[in-house]
Design a protein around this ligand. Structure first.
Ligand SMILES: *Cc1c(COP(=O)(O)O)cnc(C)c1O
Length: 468
């Protein structure tokens, strides 16, 4: 493991915090047991042993799922805030941390070009999307006064086949009908299929995913926005994973670049600081372009209330108690690493993306693998299929390579993808069915320097599987 800066950072900051409350009389906390330091140390030693039963998510050789270690400053700030344990439901429960949340969210909104908006943190992307779709449903039900957008009750929500699986589930919770739109060979929403659906009528909201969870595909947002003018629906951008790529949009290829440039025209946006934003889990964010959606949260408040700097975050969020520590950690991280194109944080994203493009290029030069036939990664997720005569054999081989790599301390992931995304020969979408593929999310800046090692471990694992 790398040297851990957190204990020292935390010790120094804790001394600072103690001074803040230095005027209070000392007291001895009541403890459940004797609070014996030895007993606590013993429990923690056992805790550490239990935690050993994990993949090493913090290490560059962990290149599987979307897991990125929180920044040391985020860990230290989170732990520091635990001393206070603020609750960002209301100012009473978390005065400083609510103010820090408002500042941190303003910086995220600013990244998307929004200076006026309604937004707050949530416990994660699912809760943030739930809130966005809940508001969408409320607007569809609200009838006149919503500028004609969705005056018909109970309008449908649609997302692509590659949209996050929770959108379907969320729609079920909200009792809103959910429809699925086909994707092309790059995993992007097909515009012809979307327009067919729109012609049927009754679509209230289109969920555009900027960075799908499986392969980091970017839906054609500018074209979806053009359809909004014609058919009138809300556009919700699910950028839980991909949102921060806004900072390096100029380094993305077309058409992903154009999609990120258009993001500010969405009606709502979700981004997860706990995915690419270097935060501990428990940190999502939802943003609405129209402040007036605030009226759905609290009917007897005029909407101007919600633009006030003094708002209670609990008045504009579905959740009640929320970790103020999550806001503190995010605030501290953004203080150190501002959300600026060309800044250190943005450069970290660029490094991961370069690693993904490099890995994809190597896969394309090696006869054992098949990369996506329609092009390389749009963000920093690489997927590939084993070249075998049948999908069954390719799937089995991918499984063996996945576990053999794990034995070499290289951790990849598996993913089921449509077969027609692969293979150069016919390129026909007539190939039905799914195939198990290998997947690597190269989201840590260290992945770039470690790519050679990752590649060599994988080739060694392949050779081992071939011999065995
Ligand atoms: C991860 C993800 C979600 C769900 O977010 P959680 O924070 O895991 O609840 C939603 N949409 C997309 C595109 C995601 O990648």
């Amino acid at each position: 493991m790398a040297e851990d800066l957190v204990p020292d950072l935390l010790r120094r900051a804790t001394e600072e915090l103690e001074r803040e409350f230095g005027a209070l009389p000392r007291f001895e906390p009541a403890r459940a047991s004797d609070g014996d330091a030895e007993a606590m140390a013993a429990v923690l030693a056992e805790t550490a042993r239990r935690l050993g039963d994990n993949y090493p998510y913090f290490h560059p050789l962990y290149a599987g799922q979307m897991l990125k270690p929180p920044h040391p400053v985020a860990r230290a700030a989170y732990a520091l805030a635990m001393t206070i344990n603020p609750n960002n439901h209301a100012r009473d429960g978390g005065r400083a941390s609510s103010a820090m949340e408002i500042e941190a969210v303003a910086e995220i909104a600013g990244m998307f070009g929004w200076s006026e908006y309604l937004g707050h943190l949530t416990s994660g992307g699912t809760m943030a999307n739930l809130e966005a779709l809940w508001v969408a449903g409320q607007i569809a039900d609200a009838g006149p006064g919503t500028k004609g957008r969705g005056t018909q009750s109970r309008k449908r929500i649609v997302g692509s086949e590659q949209a996050h699986y929770t959108h379907h589930r969320i729609s079920g919770v909200l009792k809103l009908e959910y429809g699925t739109i086909a994707t092309d060979a790059r995993g992007r929403m097909r515009l012809d299929a979307l327009e067919d659906e729109l012609r049927r009528g009754g679509v209230g909201t289109v969920v555009a995913t900027l960075g799908t969870t499986a392969i980091g595909a970017v839906d054609p947002l500018p074209e979806i926005l053009a359809l909004r003018d014609k058919y009138e629906f809300r556009v919700h951008v699910d950028a839980a994973y991909g949102g921060y790529f806004k900072l390096i949009e100029d380094r993305l290829d077309e058409p992903a670049r154009r999609a990120f440039k258009a993001i500010g025209q969405a009606d709502s946006i979700v981004i997860d600081p706990h995915k690419h934003g270097l935060q501990p889990y428990g940190c999502g964010c939802v943003l609405f372009r129209d402040l007036r959606v605030g009226r759905f949260y609290k009917h007897d408040s005029p909407y101007t209330y919600f633009s006030s700097k003094e708002l209670h975050l609990g008045e504009i969020s579905l959740e009640c108690s929320r970790a103020g520590a999550a806001a503190v950690a995010l605030w501290a991280t953004q203080k150190l690493l501002p959300l600026k194109p060309g800044g250190d944080f943005a450069q970290g994203l660029t490094a991961g993306r370069r690693a993904a493009v490099e890995l994809d290029g190597r896969l394309r030069c090696d006869g054992r693998f098949e990369a996506l036939r329609a092009g390389g990664p749009e963000l920093d997720i690489v997927v590939w299929k084993m070249k075998e005569a049948t999908a069954e054999r390719a799937s089995k081989l991918a499984q063996s390579i996945f576990s053999t790599c794990s034995g070499h301390n290289l951790h990849l992931a598996l993913v089921q993808l449509p077969q027609f995304w692969f293979g150069s020969a016919s390129g026909s979408s007539a190939v039905e069915g799914h195939v198990t593929c290998l997947r690597s999310v190269l989201m840590k800046p260290e992945h770039e320097a470690w790519l050679e090692r990752i590649w060599n471990e994988m080739r060694a694992a392949c050779a081992e599987v071939e011999q065995g």
